[in-house]
Design a protein around this ligand. Sequence first.
Ligand code: GRF
Length: 216
Amino acid sequence: MGRLRLGILASGRGSNLQALIDACADPAFPAEIALVLSNRPGAQAIARAQAVGLGTGIVPHEAFADRESHERAIDAALAGAGVELTCLAGYMRLLTPWFVERWRDRLLNIHPSLLPAFKGLDTHARALAAGVRFHGCTVHFVRPEMDEGPILAQAAVPVVPGDDAERLAARVLAAEHRIYPLAVRLIAEGRARVAGERVAIEAPAPAPEGLLNPAA
Ligand code: GRF
């Protein structure tokens, strides 16, 4: 069977894109990146993709009359590249219900919190302000409401004394780079599917139980 063809939408730094590029560099990884699209011409994500010879496209939102026409251009580019699964990787535009429904159960997002806690922006500062002992990140299928949708994978990281938002963000980002390829792999191997707005995972390897913070 061929590798699952990924489309990546990214607006900025592109470190999650890089994690997917690195995962796909392994011939045994069951997915490949067919196209990287950005709404921002200067996005570092585009430079990362070009550096390894991936197909890229810039679809600046300012060039379109409304959100849906912008997304129709994105959709056409994804379809033209034969994309089967689209991954949002720091794509800083809200998507319309039209696009989300068109890509229903074929569209993933990564969010820097343990959803459903801390939807939206500034998640690390808000987690610190709330005094949680664990924070983390989530890969989920996209639904029209922001940061909603069936949860595919999560990674928890401890909040430790002396953390500020920047240090915590770096710890979460390292976890993001591990779970996004894991989530894509689960889909590409046909081991994860949406059923009744939950994700059913075949033969999951569960996390160890009883993660405590503080540990003693
Ligand atoms: C990540 O923290 C991701 O969770 C959020 O946006 C950030 C993108 O970072 N959706 P990068 O562009 O992948 O480095």
